[in-house]
Design a binder for this molecule. Structure first.
Ligand SMILES: NC(=O)c1ccc[n+]([C@@H]2O[C@H](COP(=O)([O-])OP(=O)(O)OC[C@H]3O[C@@H](n4cnc5c(N)ncnc54)[C@H](O)[C@@H]3O)[C@@H](O)[C@H]2O)c1
Length: 388
């Protein structure tokens, strides 16, 4: 699609989004209010193109053309000819609102205004614009150049035409768009919570150590990384903030309760790989702990975390957060799960999932283990999830 794209915020996400749009032939203007951030972005894109060139993924000519389609701008008004503007600035509603209301006076009537926010409601951002029907959430995953999934989140104010156009644009950028309701965590950041939360809970109860839990999820589940390895990779500070924000936004639903174990890790400065230490020690020569060799324990851990993830997906389907197809696509394409969660439920059996959740609920009497009503109904009716 030949169009003019504006990107605001030239940090991690803005840089990736600008490169994605330029790769598909769009002319991109990227704006940041910090000149050094723009410079870093320019170097990062050049570096990324250089790597692609060395790997033979693009020719010298293609790299030059692609880079030539991106301008780095320090003046917001230069976005006046944009067909779509995607904002990827600091995660702060007051700052985003001011930007969107200023932007509305710069761009044309038909320009789509999108936010890449991970945790703010799209309705609250759209409310800062007079023409709120052209505002939408377009949520990329990091690194945007590599991750195929993009969540499209219409606010209650968003027009169908805006949503359809956003879906068309994202598909034309060779990404896989999924449609999500404007609810906390959208799809991926909501459905993935038990992967971390239940693993932390299992550890806190003394059932198993980090290495054993990680091994169980990789060996029995086929996940590329275990929960603790992944939290160390993402950064405990970032991962905890997402959990806390989802927990707060869901009015403190115990299903999303953050963990003291993770909080203490942050307080101790054990952020993960980036600080050299998290659940594991990343110092050179440090020995990685070994997982306990206990197959039945491993299978139990995997089953407990998996049914909690599946229950989250079932509940999201029940509440019309997205279609079954989009819920499954989101997890396989957004966070590389080996299978979609609803597909997985069909495979291991709805009866098994409901019984396992009921067993947990019976043991704990905690609301966190409540089984989705949809699930229970499906068991009674002998139905499977229909994913197409
Ligand atoms: N990092 C992720 O993994 C990730 C993934 C998906 C979505 N997001 C969302 O994307 C957005 C950006 O995240 P990031 O990780 O790229 O942040 P970042 O800190 O890497 O980059 C933000 C950039 O925005 C600039 N900026 C701040 N305020 C500005 C303003 N008023 N006008 C213009 N530029 C301004 C900063 O100078 C900085 O360069 C956030 O809303 C975040 O929630 C992040």
């Amino acid at each position: 699609m030949d169009m003019n794209v504006g990107v605001i915020g030239s940090g991690t996400m803005g840089t990736g989004i600008a490169q994605v749009a330029a790769s598909s032939g769009c002319k991109v203007k990227i704006y940041d209010n910090q000149p050094q951030a723009l410079e870093k972005c320019r170097k990062s894109i050049q570096g990324s193109l250089q790597k692609m060139l060395e790997k033979g993924k693009i020719s010298q000519n293609e790299a030059e053309q692609l880079f030539g389609r991106i301008s780095f701008i320090g003046d917001l008004t230069a976005l006046n000819d944009s067909d779509i503007v995607i904002e990827a600035i600091i995660e702060n509603i007051a700052v985003k609102s001011t930007l969107f209301s200023n932007l509305e006076h710069i761009v044309s009537e038909n320009c789509i205004l999108a936010s890449n926010t991970s945790s703010l409601s799209i309705a609250s951002i759209a409310a800062s614009c007079k023409k709120a029907e052209r505002v939408i959430g377009i949520h990329f995953f990091n690194p945007a150049q590599l991750m195929q999934l993009v969540e499209i989140i219409p606010a209650i104010q968003t027009s169908d035409a805006t949503t359809e156009q956003a879906l068309r644009i994202i598909s034309s950028w060779n990404k896989i768009p999924v449609l999500a309701k404007d609810t906390p965590g959208f799809i991926v950041n909501r459905l993935a919570r038990p992967f971390y939360g239940e693993a932390l809970r299992i550890y806190e109860e003394g059932i198993a150590d980090f290495a054993t839990i990680d091994h169980a999820m990789k060996h029995f589940g086929g996940f590329r990384m275990g929960p603790f390895e992944l939290m160390d990779f993402i950064g405990n500070d970032i991962n905890y903030t997402v959990t806390e924000s989802v927990f707060t936004a869901f009015y403190f639903d115990p299903r999303y309760k953050p963990s003291f174990t993770q909080k203490r890790m942050i307080e101790a400065g054990y952020l993960g790989r980036k600080s050299g230490r998290g659940y594991y020690d990343y110092a050179e020569g440090a020995a990685m702990p070994k997982a306990a060799e206990d197959e039945s324990l491993g299978k139990d851990i995997f089953a407990r975390i998996l049914v909690m993830l599946i229950n989250e997906a079932a509940e999201a389907l029940h509440l019309n957060i997205a279609t079954a197809r989009d819920l499954d696509l989101a997890m396989t394409k957004g966070v590389n799960y080996p299978k979609g969660l609803l597909h997985w439920a069909n495979e291991i059996g709805i009866d098994f999932c409901v019984d396992k959740l009921d067993e947990l609920y019976h043991n704990y009497h905690e609301d966190r283990y409540r089984c989705s009503v949809l699930f229970r109904k499906m068991k009674a009716e002998g139905r499977k999830f229909e994913i197409n």
